[in-house]
Design a protein around this ligand. Sequence first.
Ligand SMILES: Nc1ncnc2c1ncn2[C@@H]1O[C@H](COP(=O)(O)OP(=O)(O)OP(=O)(O)O)[C@@H](O)[C@H]1O
Ligand SMILES: Nc1nc2c(ncn2[C@@H]2O[C@H](COP(=O)(O)O)[C@@H](O)[C@H]2O)c(=O)[nH]1
Length: 613
Amino acid sequence: MRRVHNDKASVSPGKVKGLYDTQTPMCPICHAVLRPGELQEHMEQEMERLMQLHNSQGPAQKECLAAGPPKSLFSMHIKREGSSSASSPRPADEAVHSDRYQTFLRVRANRQTRLNVKELCWCRCYAKQKVKSVHVWTDYGFPHVSSCPLSARIGKLKRRKAEEDQRDGVCVVENGSMLSAGREFEWAEQRRIQMVSVLRGFRGLVSSTLKEHQDSDVDLDVDGDDTLEYGKAQYTEADVIPCSGNEPRDAEERQALRGAVLNGETVSRLSPEQTKSANSEDPTTSNGDNNTSTTSPRTCKNSELEVLSDDPSLNTLEALKTRIRDLEKQFTRGDRFKCLICMDSYTVPLTSIQCWHVHCEECWLRTLGAKKLCPQCNTITSPGDLRRVEMSGPRPVVLSGPSGAGKSTLLKRLMKEYEGVFGFSVSHTTRNPRPGEEDGKGLNCLPMLLGATLLPVADILSSVSSEDYHFVTRESMQEGIDKGEFIENAEFSGNMYGTSKSSIEDVQAQNLICILDVDIQGVQNIKKTDLNPIYISIQPPSMEILEKRLRDRQTETEDSLQKRLEAARIDMELSKEPGVFDIVIINDDLEGAYEKLKSVLVEEIQKVQDAKK
Ligand SMILES: Nc1ncnc2c1ncn2[C@@H]1O[C@H](COP(=O)(O)OP(=O)(O)OP(=O)(O)O)[C@@H](O)[C@H]1O
Ligand SMILES: Nc1nc2c(ncn2[C@@H]2O[C@H](COP(=O)(O)O)[C@@H](O)[C@H]2O)c(=O)[nH]1
């Protein structure tokens, strides 16, 4: 054994990197630089030394070693190096094995360099505490690892047998070169084990999906089939928004904005569109690109998701549940979270099962179009890792159908029966107000009206029209559209109509079911957004009955009536297309139509009512 470098204490990470750079085969245990033919023999000696140490260890450590040497990078290496323990490799084999070993070293060194990490928790978040000495861990694993809820999933080591012996503690080979820490725990109804191996010379933790004992029943799920734990993948490469590469960029402003948000300020000087596109080309970290951040570097330990994990007994699921409850409370209070990437409110928040950071759908998909990394922590992320986050607020409802089909008639009944459950998204229109219609007054004002008057409810209901709008001029409406303030807009019967983002947010901030009354163009446009509503079409029994109802309502001129009937024909055709609506209700008998409408909404109604308890 020729030890060129054996002064372990003096091996700095920089030096180790230097050694890798030269591609010299090196023992990962003692860092001796070896000639290719020496590897097998050297490794056997290391093994022997390990076993000797085992005999001089206490019972806990012995148990760890009893099932044979852990199959760490180290043991994998041994397996590769020697085809048989009895005979030495032939010279030709030696060259091959040496090549493989060098490849292994290169890959490992590259990985380490890529991650730019000295202390890397196996959950891939940066351990907060700098590791001074490996000996401080002999008590119970690593402080960060044991308290980090994210670490619960990353190892992906699943035990099949519940009766598998508990190895709740640390297996340490002092004096020797390798430490491993194992802790078994229950998570998501699965028994799991955390394992971390430490190779001296790295002065830190090496993230390793460590396959445990050779003959144990442990499955190593390296391919990351997360279906069992997190359900089927919801996104694929096809969903990724390709990076256009020529959008305006302003890294400094972006960084400053992110910094502001991270520090609790929510002011955005860019429009959502600007920020979305500005961020899309550079999905580097919001926690700073490690070196460039003006804010203190964020780790997953001090990110929002981690705050809950002070109590190590909280498992990941509980921590996440608590987090969601907190978010819901804040959501109900009205102070909604902003997506760190676009600085806009979340509509469809997605989380990655790799790092659990949450961004809106578009931001994730844009980011992954540029780099397959989480924009917040740089964890490698593929579209298949993304999952929708149910904020468990009620889903909005889009009510559509020809003018005169009976949408507002049904809505009024619904809001009367379920007071405080629904909120109407007040649209903008350029049409003139009808008699009795007031500007900006929607049905969501009903509770205020009830509180402020002694009139019977029925009288108030008849005085409140669900069709009240923000009545605006074409110019101001167009200006709002140009600024990106509308989620959808359409031209109907010679007038502009549109749903502003804030009209939906106002209702959702109160945790009410947001109702949107839009024409078929509105439906088509909303389908392009990430609002994810329930789509309901109210249809008249026939064109003749529709015409009669519209005439009887006495709100239209002959000209506008004809326009509406023309639009109704198109609407009735399109509503028959499969997949456009979740349900089509024929409003023949009002009672029957109302019961159907209620039955579709019962789940969402329940959500709101439960939240009020
Ligand atoms: N099932 C029904 N049977 C008879 N008349 C009905 C029925 N449903 C609604 N109506 C009447 O039809 C007319 C149109 O209804 P409503 O105003 O609710 O339609 P709408 O779909 O909201 O129209 P718009 O889109 O133009 O606002 C009203 O006068 C209403 O009283
Ligand atoms: N696309 C949108 N359509 C809307 C919106 N608000 C109402 N409407 C639809 O317009 C017609 C006519 O309404 P009316 O009040 O003039 O009778 C009707 O079909 C509504 O559903 C909107 O914001 N966007």
